[in-house]
Design a protein around this ligand. Structure first.
Ligand SMILES: Cc1ncc(COP(=O)(O)O)c(C=O)c1O
Length: 400
């Protein structure tokens, strides 16, 4: 019989998501679902055990839940398996994961290059937070990524990007990023929140590390806040150290909800993607929609690349309305089933206005680079029946 690691690597994603990676012996009471360990601290059986732990001789022992917790460790191993990573650390939010990953890579005087189409909060971590400690950032357009090896300097430590990118689904070629970063020794990190490991496994394309806002599809029910970073054992060890020191550890109750959400990840992501494709097709023939951004549409500029590296096109559809804020206001106030709320990846369909959510406070130049204007509306599809979502969107559009 091989190790659990060997067996897991032979299983399909959907099976890994349901069964996870069991840490201990769940045979007690015949429980099918592992218990949740709420304990914040762990008893040593002897003084000698405490001494051995402090000398690093018991690396897998639990000591204090800010450092490690059995319920949290289980979900970390499941996400690592789903992303084909050696290790994973989960955190109290996606933003905490972004901060810890970049802080693990950079020190004062270093630089991060990021794509200009990324989650607004990640841009702010770079420009408002890391800048305070002398870590600079530069933002490049999609078309410049192939020139990354020329753009990077000897100060560049990391390249941060998303694909599909928030909010208008721009697509980045994973193999091209991996090759460019490798050639200049820059760590490549992708925010894989929109695609999830169901649709895209970036480490298989040579990307160094994957980040998730697990608040979204991994959790899947809009009832928890969490983040994750998956990558090599060495890198995750450094990220974990920072997460432990700053205390961005995930609470075990949230870790349990996250494990439960992950069990249905494959079903939910496929359902949401199917709904998104149907909505995108309907939106592309609406008279008051100027443009639809969805990589599943054959005329989308990212379609070919997305089809090569993804097994589905994701659950987010963005549009530009004919008109601006006044038309958007009529539209938003007319929805009956679809809720106006930020976020994505839950079972319910949400609609957001990037100008007043993820991209609030951006300069005109930054908005232009991100492709966001007063016309931009973003739908995050849930798993309801497509016809009900489409009917609601059509009736709301007809009010404009
Ligand atoms: C693509 C993306 N990355 C990162 C984040 C930040 O995650 P969190 O809200 O869990 O901190 C978000 C949140 O909306 C997001 O949409």
């Amino acid at each position: 019989m091989g190790s659990q690691e060997d067996q897991t690597s032979r299983l399909a994603q959907a099976t890994v998501a349901v069964h996870g990676r069991k840490l201990g012996d769940e045979s007690q009471f015949g429980a099918v679902v592992p218990p949740v360990f709420h304990s914040s601290t762990y008893r040593f059986s002897s003084f000698d055990q405490m001494r051995r732990y402090s000398r690093g001789e018991m690396p897998d022992a639990f000591f204090y839940s800010r450092y490690a917790n059995p319920t949290v460790s289980e979900v970390e191993r499941t996400i690592a398996d789903l992303e084909h990573a050696e290790d994973c650390v989960v955190t109290s939010s996606g933003s905490a994961a972004t901060f810890c990953a970049l802080a693990a890579l950079c020190q004062s005087g270093d630089e991060v290059i990021a794509c200009d189409s990324i989650y607004g909060g990640s841009t702010k971590i770079l420009t408002k937070l890391l800048a305070k400690w002398g870590i600079s950032s530069r933002f490049i357009a999609l078309e410049q990524i192939t020139d990354l090896s020329k753009i990077a300097s000897d100060k560049t430590r990391a390249f941060w990007f998303e694909t599909p990118a928030n909010p208008i689904n721009r697509i980045v070629d994973l193999s091209a990023v991996a090759a460019a970063c490798r050639s200049v020794g820059v760590h490549s990190l992708i925010d894989n929140t929109f695609a999830t490991p169901v649709l895209q496994q970036p480490l298989r394309f040579g990307i160094d590390a994957v980040m998730h806002s697990a608040t979204k599809y991994l959790g899947g029910h809009s009832d928890l806040t969490a983040g994750a970073i998956a990558g090599s054992r060495e890198f995750i060890g450094r990220v974990r150290e920072i997460s432990i020191l700053v205390g961005t550890t995930l609470d075990p109750a949230a870790a349990y909800l996250l494990s439960r959400g992950i069990k249905t990840l494959e079903l939910r992501v496929r359902a949401s993607s199917n709904n998104a494709l149907r909505l995108a097709q309907v939106l592309s023939i609406q008279p008051n929609v100027a443009r639809v951004y969805y990589p599943g549409l054959e005329d989308d500029p990212g379609h070919q690349t997305a089809a090569r590296q993804m097994s589905g096109f994701g659950g987010v559809v963005a549009i530009d309305l004919v008109g601006g804020e006044a038309e958007a206001e009529i539209l938003f106030d007319a929805f009956k089933l679809v809720s106006t709320a930020p976020s994505l990846g839950g079972v319910e369909t949400l609609v957001s206005y990037p100008l007043y959510s993820s991209h609030t406070g951006f300069t005109d130049e930054q908005l232009k680079a991100a492709g966001v204007s007063a016309s931009t509306v973003r739908f995050a599809l849930g798993i309801e029946a497509a016809e009900d979502i489409i009917a609601d969107v059509e009736q709301a559009l007809s009010r404009i």
